[in-house]
Design a protein around this ligand. Structure first.
Ligand SMILES: [Zn+2]
Length: 423
């Protein structure tokens, strides 16, 4: 184990003979002093100070609160856990990871370790019993299989309900991509299709209502400003449906709003080739070819389309082209087009949209596969976009793309060699 150092951040900090917050005081340390940390434990009765560090000071093993000791975040993960009550070690570990575990919960220590490792970068809210812990693990692992990692920011924590909404949004968008991959390459695997186009993707739960970078000027419930990281504030999570001021007749749900933020990935990260080979951004292609154009169905019928024709949802914050193309991708993926409407004119508009968007996304997928280099190429794009800070955020996601059982580089090689199905 690497030597792990912490710096005292309180003016004066008590150190104690054992891990308990009420253990006899054994001295004090001052602000700025460096401590050698050899382990952590949890004192269930310690309230705000329940997370404890074991330190070595002047050759003696002592304990102090973790609250006023700052440690390099990359090294925090390496501090070993020291169970104080071996009969209760699993619960202690999960509590130390920030989870409120229901009294009497029986869970194997190995399982608690696996869950604690998955929860390193985010917080959960609510009380968890055996079943809840397994459910949580299932959702996180499912998201990982899609190349999605989770974070917490500004005191934000994930409830089980929030996480299930994210899972539904990811699955919905994965379904849309999965169908297109099946049409193009002949095999359906939604999680794989999602990983190919949307991963790595980091979704942060913010405790704020407004996640705008200019909160005095604008209110944003959610954001995806760089194509890699989505931030969801409190107001993303609601029941039923709501509408925006710009499109008051097109309601959207919480899951659809999250799906819209995922949809932004496509426009922020990729381009496509026009029939004559010119490379353009999705928003440019959408605006010039799809937004409000006539479309000729395979039957020969011509369908006119205004901006909102063919769509059942509008989760966008404005009618700008990057927002409109994102809603188009989202509505297509979640099957929220008017192709099943009782009104034949709307039916045709919905069918026209499906064909238009499938053509656009097909071009995006092919250009993505064609121009893909490797996972290190994705890392380079991340560094270019958001520097070392964004790279750190995306680190776990990048690792997920190199897993032996689902290696993105190998998958892309395979796709490059697979002939595209015509028509
Ligand atoms: Zn948007």
């Amino acid at each position: 184990m690497a030597e792990i150092k912490g710096i005292v951040t309180a003016d004066t900090l008590n150190v104690r003979a054992d891990y308990k917050t009420d253990a006899p005081k054994a001295g004090e340390v001052k602000k700025g002093q460096e401590l050698r940390i050899t382990g952590f434990a949890v004192d269930p009765k310690g309230d705000d100070f329940k997370l404890r560090y074991r330190i070595v000071l002047n050759g003696k093993t002592l304990w102090t609160t973790a609250k006023f000791v700052s440690v390099d975040p990359a090294l925090v993960k390496q501090i070993p856990f020291i169970a104080q009550n071996p009969a209760n070690a699993a619960e202690e570990l999960l509590e130390a990871s920030g989870m409120d575990v229901k009294d009497g919960t029986q869970i194997a220590f190995e399982e608690a370790q696996a869950v604690a490792a998955l929860m390193r970068d985010f917080k959960v809210s609510g009380t968890f019993d055996d079943q809840g812990i397994r459910l949580l693990r299932g959702v996180i692992e499912h998201l990982h299989a899609c190349g999605v990692t989770l974070g917490s920011d500004d005191s934000g924590s994930w409830s089980m309900g929030d996480l299930q909404k994210v899972q539904q949004a990811v699955d919905g968008m994965a379904g849309g991509m999965g169908k297109l991959f099946e049409q193009l390459y002949g095999a359906r695997d939604d999680a794989k299709a999602f990983r190919t186009m949307y991963a790595p993707l980091h979704i942060t739960r913010s405790g704020k209502n407004n996640v705008s970078p200019w909160p005095e000027k604008e209110t944003w419930f959610a954001k995806n400003s760089n194509g890699y990281e989505i931030v969801l504030g409190n107001r993303v999570f609601f029941e039923g449906t709501t509408v925006t001021r710009s499109n008051p007749h097109m309601p959207y749900s919480s899951v659809e709003l999250i799906a819209h933020e995922i949809g932004h990935v496509i426009n922020w990260r990729y381009s496509l080739k026009m029939p004559k080979g010119q490379v353009v951004r999705p928003r440019e292609f959408y605006e010039s070819h799809l937004m409000a154009k006539k479309y000729v169905l395979p039957t020969g019928e011509s369908v006119s389309l205004s901006m909102n024709d063919g769509y059942l949802l509008a989760a966008r914050s404005s009618n700008g082209p990057h927002e409109t193309v994102t809603d188009a991708i989202t509505a297509f993926s979640l099957d929220r087009l008017t192709e099943n409407d009782a009104n034949p004119a709307k039916q045709k508009q919905g069918q026209a949209r499906r064909l238009q968007i499938a053509d656009m996304l097909g071009r995006i997928i092919q250009f993505r596969v064609e121009s893909y280099t490797n996972v290190e190429g994705i890392r380079a794009a991340i560094l270019k976009m958001g520097g070392a800070a964004l790279e750190t955020t995306m680190q776990t996601g990048l690792e997920l793309l190199k897993r032996a059982d689902s290696d993105l580089d190998k998958e892309m090689d395979r796709l490059k060699k697979t002939p595209i199905k015509a028509g």
